[in-house]
Design a protein around this ligand. Structure first.
Ligand code: UDP
Length: 377
């Protein structure tokens, strides 16, 4: 490999930008390649020219974390404005509050329960024969019972993942809390917010270092590896190995964009739990920046489907067959001593932004430690 502390980073999303910056700060010369014509990966945001709305081009991204170091890190590049994710869902011609909370339970069952009463009521509904839930469906039946599961989770999940919740891991549902009070904050985390000038601006700040050169619209080929001391690869893991064992499954999203004069739905995210509504949710982007006042509105209807060869991969599916395939690729990846695979696509995991940044910081720190003896400065 190359010498003189030269690093290639494939992908200018969160993983690539953070690793690139941390290594540039340590004196390495970093080149970042991205096939897209923009930085920031799937958290790319752009102001709509007509309405002035900050649009999350690849769907909503809301920053939330318990990791204080990560929170401080992102705050160095961007002012984070207070933002709480308060999701609604339309089911059977009614609008409910998510995540499932005391309001949802009382409205759904036509009750006026206090917290303890609701807890006891739901406990009655729970299928206690399921001791150790493995699948999404088991997790739901164990913790909320069949009625709430069928109304809020079954249809949505079938649309989102294109399969039965009996085939999905319980971990997907564990992302969502169930609350026996009126707290409708979607996340548990201590730190939550939205970057004042958008994620693109935040990532631009991370990349702004004289030791970093960014090549957009440029595909990196592994035949270039030898020109670098090390490569950090955040592209699709299977793609790196030319899909030699087959393709890892992803869901992709299609966004049907529409504009509206005024306020279309009064909130940022409206889910649709009914199976006969073809989209999973509608996002109204101006509500992601509640501190801005704009007259018009930009909305996305979000449709999920299996990712084809030319589509943008969003969610790793990770069913049993993918896990076996993944193991074959991970074995190949581990044998590549001068390439480190990082991020959502490079490790084929459903990663939140804060975890992505945490792992990128750790990966860069580890590399700096390993190469301390012959580091450039
Ligand atoms: N989910 C659901 N109904 C909803 C919202 C979510 O069944 O109204 C399920 C769905 O399977 C989804 C998972 O819970 O994939 C996790 O939801 P989350 O909001 O974290 O999904 P993301 O924002 O990552 O798309």
């Amino acid at each position: 490999m190359g010498g003189n502390g030269k690093i290639a980073v494939v992908g200018a999303g969160l993983s690539g930008a953070v690793i690139g910056r941390e290594l540039a700060l340590a004196g390495y010369s970093v080149e970042i390649f991205d096939v897209r014509d923009h930085i920031a990966g799937n958290c790319y945001s752009e102001r709509d020219a007509d309405t002035g709305v900050m649009v999350h081009i690849y769907g909503p991204h809301i920053f939330h974390t318990d990791d204080e170091e990560v929170w401080n890190y992102v705050n160095r590049f961007q002012t984070f404005m207070p933002y709480k994710n308060r999701v609604k869902t339309t089911v059977d011609e009614q609008v409910f509050s998510l995540p499932v909370n005391l309001h949802t339970i009382n409205q759904f069952f036509g009750k006026t329960f206090r917290p303890d009463e609701a807890r006891a009521f739901i406990e009655e509904k729970a299928d206690k024969t399921i001791a150790d839930p493995q699948t999404f469906e088991e997790q739901a039946l164990r913790f909320v019972g069949r009625e709430l599961y069928e109304a809020f989770f079954k249809g949505y999940t079938e649309k989102q993942w294109g399969c039965s919740p009996t085939q999905l891991p319980a971990s997907i549902l564990k992302r969502l809390p169930v609350r026996f009070n009126y707290d409708d904050n979607y996340f548990f985390h201590r730190f939550q917010g939205m970057p004042e000038n958008g994620y693109t601006d935040m990532v631009a700040g991370i990349l702004d270092h004289p030791g970093i050169t960014v090549h957009l619209g440029t595909r990196f080929d592994k035949s270039q590896n030898d020109a670098y001391d090390h490569v950090f690869y955040s592209g699709p893991l299977d793609g790196y190995f030319n899909y030699e064992f087959g393709r890892l499954g992803y869901r992709t999203l299609d966004f049907e964009r529409f504009t509206y004069e005024g306020d279309y739905q009064g909130c940022a995210v409206m889910n649709y739990g009914d199976p006969d509504v073809p989209y999973t949710r509608i996002t109204e982007h101006k509500h992601f920046s509640p501190w801005e006042s704009v007259a018009g509105s930009v909305c996305y209807r979000e449709f999920s489907r299996l990712c084809g060869e030319d589509d943008v991969p969003f969610y790793p599916i990770r069913l049993v067959e993918e896990k076996q395939l993944l193991a074959s690729y991970v074995e190949r990846a581990e044998a590549e001593t001068s390439v480190t695979f990082v991020g959502r696509l490079g490790t084929y995991r459903y990663l939140d932004m804060d975890v992505t940044i945490r792992e990128a910081l750790d990966t860069a720190a580890l590399y700096r430690k390993k190469t301390a003896d012959n580091a450039p400065v």
